[in-house]
Design a protein around this ligand. Structure first.
Ligand code: AN0
Ligand code: CP
Length: 308
């Protein structure tokens, strides 16, 4: 593995999930990388990714350096050949090449602007890191994908040992525009398992075709949830009417809807607005903290692979 930007950097998803589950039963291997350093660069907020990646590195014996670029760094320029006499103070090329002197693996979190679809889907920030880095790059959620989350989700699903699980990825309400990254990525990973996957979303909230290819799409949420083993819920803003949010819709997941499933489990990557995305009683009986725990082992297995 050279970088970890998407599922395409993984040759055998089920082997990776298995190795992560093994690590979970024996997580402390401080001899694996005692002289190595992980750098974590955040352009946007994070709780889970920040803490689980640090914990994963510590389990392997690594040191960690965390940088909140927008708060503590110089304002970065991304344009090539720009005369930098305006607001930007350091070129991303110099920043990334410098960081490469200090760390052995570099993680980066960068959200989309949700205004210019083409620009977001070109992954400009992530690609500039890949282009200039002299060390492997790990996506800590990019404009369009969140592979560490998806791997943790697959670990969580695998642990339930359901032979051919029926999984529904359901859109849910949210007052602010959110990225499509978690949902895109979840589909891209789960499609490589033997699960039966349905996407449930209001009309106009379908995801990009490259992710929904081969996935059944339903606009009736409750119909889609019938018999499901897992209801993976997430809000995302519109891909078609890029960045638009929905009018108020009765798509909040509640106990009555969960009763339609096959005694199914509710999943969400967190953070989540309670009683908007799902009701308290659904969240309190869900897999969300198991998913959060598995973020450690998804990061740990990826770091281990990148170092070997
Ligand atoms: C982000 C998102 O929807 O992509 C991060 C999720 C892990 N969520 C928010 O910004 C609330
Ligand atoms: N699920 C997730 O990535 O959470 P954070 O944004 O808090 O890192």
């Amino acid at each position: 593995m050279n970088n970890f930007l998407s599922v395409n950097d993984v040759t055998d998803v089920s082997a990776l999930v298995k190795e992560a589950i093994q690590l979970k039963s024996n997580p402390f291997t401080p001899n694996v990388a005692p002289s190595k350093t992980l750098g974590l660069v955040f352009f946007n907020p994070s709780l889970r990714t920040r803490m689980s990646s640090q914990k994963a590195a510590q389990n392997l014996g690594m040191n960690v350096i965390v940088m909140d670029v927008n708060q503590s760094g110089w304002k970065l320029e991304f344009g090539d050949g720009v005369v930098m006499d305006g607001g930007t103070q350091e070129h991303v090329k110099d920043a990334v090449k410098t960081m490469s002197q200090y760390v052995d693996i570099l993680g980066v979190r960068t959200f989309p602007g949700l205004v210019d679809r083409e620009k977001d889907y070109q992954e400009e920030v992530l690609q500039q890191f890949v282009k200039h880095a002299e060390v492997p790059i790990v996506s800590l959620e990019s404009a369009t994908l969140h592979p560490l989350q998806s791997l943790a989700d697959l670990i969580t699903i695998a642990e339930k040992k359901i032979e051919r699980p029926k999984i529904v990825l359901s859109w849910a309400p949210h007052p602010k525009p959110l990225p499509q990254a978690v949902a895109n990525s979840f589909l891209e990973w789960v499609k490589l398992t033997n699960a039966e996957v349905t996407l449930a979303c209001p009309e106009g909230f379908e995801l990009a075709e490259q992710y929904t290819d081969g996935v059944k799409i339903q606009h009736d949420q409750q119909e889609a949830m019938k018999g499901a083993d897992f209801v993976y819920t997430k809000n995302w803003s519109s891909y078609a009417d890029y960045g638009a949010i929905a009018p108020e819709l009765p798509w909040t997941i509640n106990k009555e809807k969960m009763a339609l499933t096959n005694n199914g489990s509710f999943m969400h990557c967190l953070p989540m607005r309670r009683n908007v995305v799902a009701t308290d009683e659904v969240i309190d009986e869900s897999l969300v903290y198991e998913q959060a725990l598995n973020r450690v082992f998804s990061a740990q297995v990826v770091l281990k692979r990148l170092l070997s």
